[in-house]
Design a protein around this ligand. Sequence first.
Ligand code: B4P
Length: 191
Amino acid sequence: MRLILMGPPGAGKGTQAKFVAEHYSVPAISTGDIFRANVSQGTPLGLEAQRYMDAGDYVPDEVTNSMVANRIAEDDAKGGFLLDGYPRTLAQVEELDAMVGERQERIDAVVVLTVEMDEIVQRLLQRAQTEGRADDTEDVIRRRQEIYAEQTEPLIEVYRERGLLVEVDGMGEVADVTARVLEALDSSPRG
Ligand code: B4P
């Protein structure tokens, strides 16, 4: 199974990714997590990514694309993967198409989690208190939502036209959302 998990910042992508990936026995690959791990280890990639992330901006496509290409080339991703938070731009869609095309593979489904804006802001302000992430301040949360609307929302139509889109209500309890995602994937034509 090769899946993409999309949704605005705070929709619960990272939260759902681990349950959904476990269900299909594929690795959950989160570009945000990989960037954060590099930031905390102080690697050159981390130093480059940090200034964008702290401002709520996207890390440049070249940096993100080559990082994903390397990650999905690892052994554990040969039989499938769940991409959490990638692609986020049209250029990343093209690059991902090329990566899977080279391997003679295809994406099976693109899950979009939909969550009301008030709930998103609440979740991220809550996360600011528990995890202390640098990009969970009110100004940066707003900036991240704007960037999502500008650069990532258009991808929904791209994947809808390809017949890959699976829209799931991301409101409510975590376990209920997981159940909805799995049910939607099982009943989607490609699931
Ligand atoms: P991400 O790490 O992907 O962060 P996110 O979109 O904010 O979080 P997510 O939707 O995964 O929410 P979560 O499950 O944590 O990206 C961070 C940054 O990295 C980006 O802004 C960008 O700078 C950079 N980046 C990443 N990918 C990139 C790319 N492809 N290109 C360029 N730059 C990239 O959930 C949020 C909170 O809600 C959590 O506290 C969680 O506990 C809570 N929650 C989840 N589900 C809930 C539920 N059902 N009910 C109540 N609370 C819930």
